[in-house]
Design a protein around this ligand. Structure first.
Ligand SMILES: Nc1ncnc2c1ncn2[C@@H]1O[C@H](COP(=O)(O)OP(=O)(O)OP(=O)(O)O)[C@@H](O)[C@H]1O
Ligand SMILES: [Mg+2]
Length: 338
């Protein structure tokens, strides 16, 4: 089935073409430069940029796939969660194409897209435990099959990506912070600075990162105005290590809670999954628990439309359709559809 996918939940205008053989095109018009000046995404600017970018990106994605609009068989778009004005731009565009061409249409939960990014290049080993680590979400999800999900633990305050972004802003590094922290941390010394891991108690499945963010702020204040490059690198290393320790600890706790035999695959999803140290830590965790671990392709970790088209394709192939009355949503927990 040839599916056109559209993603516009935050600051990337993305369109992809996928079919039974995989991804035919996957284009992203990034707004990072537009928002960098503000140190974060400005919702109104994001919506306006989506509006002006969406049709050119759609045309280019079709062209790269070698498809005409006549060859598209179904349309999928992110329906949420995300910035509501931004989601509406891509969703409305997708509905318009579906209406004009009388095509089947599905709205996709953005987090299901992140999870199923792992399924694009090879089928996932299921049942699996997936750690979703993105700019807005941090949660462990037990996945029995595409469409069957149970959230086990989630963050009580900030998401892991949000913590890295906010800490990077405090450190004057820029936006988005995750990749900048990773780069700086490479020159830092392990253990030179110690930072707290939230909700550390045994058996606790939820995450907490707000204390870590405060600890970074206090540490920076204590360092004063003249912070050396070496100190900044040590702080970045400590922050990255604390985030990863928390992610591994809670993933291990979720595996313990599920019990032996209920998980075969371990996966990472979302933008923070690009982080090499986190991938290494998951490699070790999977080896210790005798689980299959395949890191997601970096291009499918941060927001993209291939993952949305792929998740939509699963629902379409299962015979599901959404009405063109489907609304956009800013927040909604991940739920099962199968
Ligand atoms: N190499 C990296 N190391 C750590 N974090 C990273 C890296 N690359 C990207 N990130 C982080 O990933 C996040 C963006 O991921 P993503 O695009 O999945 O989030 P989002 O779409 O904004 O949030 P959500 O998917 O929850 O709605 C940012 O917080 C960014 O700092
Ligand atoms: Mg995302």
């Amino acid at each position: 089935m040839r599916v056109l996918g559209i993603e516009s939940s935050c600051d990337e205008t993305a369109v992809a073409c996928v079919d039974d053989g995989g991804v035919r095109s996957n284009l992203i018009s990034s707004q990072v430069d537009l928002h960098r000046h503000f140190g974060g995404v400005v919702p109104e600017l994001a919506s306006r940029a989506h509006l002006s970018n969406i049709l050119p990106v759609l045309s280019a994605a079709l062209e790269e796939a070698g498809w005409t609009l006549d060859e598209v068989e179904a349309v999928a778009a992110t329906a949420g969660p995300g910035l509501i004005g931004a989601v509406l731009m891509g969703l409305s565009c997708a509905k318009s194409v579906a209406w004009a061409r009388r095509l089947p249409f599905v709205g996709v939960h953005h987090i299901e897209g992140h999870i199923l990014a792992n399924d694009i290049e090879r089928p996932m080993t299921l049942p699996a435990l997936v750690l979703v680590v993105s700019g807005g979400h941090t949660q462990t999800v037990w996945m029995e099959a595409p469409g069957r999900y149970r959230v086990l633990g989630k963050t009580r305050d900030d998401a892991a990506g949000e913590t890295l972004d906010k800490a990077a802003k405090l450190m004057g590094l820029g936006y988005p912070g995750g990749p900048l922290i990773e780069k700086l941390a490479a020159g830092g010394r392990a253990g030179a600075i110690s930072l707290p891991v939230g909700l550390r108690r045994r058996g606790e499945l939820d995450f907490s990162f707000s204390g870590l963010k405060t600890a970074v702020r206090l540490r920076l204040e204590a360092m004063g105005d003249e912070v050396s490059e070496a100190d900044r690198a040590d702080l970045a290393r400590a922050l990255q290590d604390a985030v990863i320790e928390s992610l591994v600890l809670k993933t291990a706790a979720a595996l313990d809670a599920l019990g032996a035999g209920r998980v075969r695959g371990l996966y990472l999803a979302g933008g923070v999954a690009r982080n090499a140290a986190l991938r290494d830590a998951f490699e070790s965790l999977a080896a210790a628990r005798r689980l299959v671990f395949t890191p997601p392709p970096p291009a499918y970790c941060t927001d993209n439309a291939a993952m949305i088209a792929w998740a939509g394709r699963h629902r379409l192939l299962a015979g599901q359709r959404d009405s063109l009355q489907l609304g956009a949503f800013a927040r909604r927990p991940l739920s099962s559809w199968s």
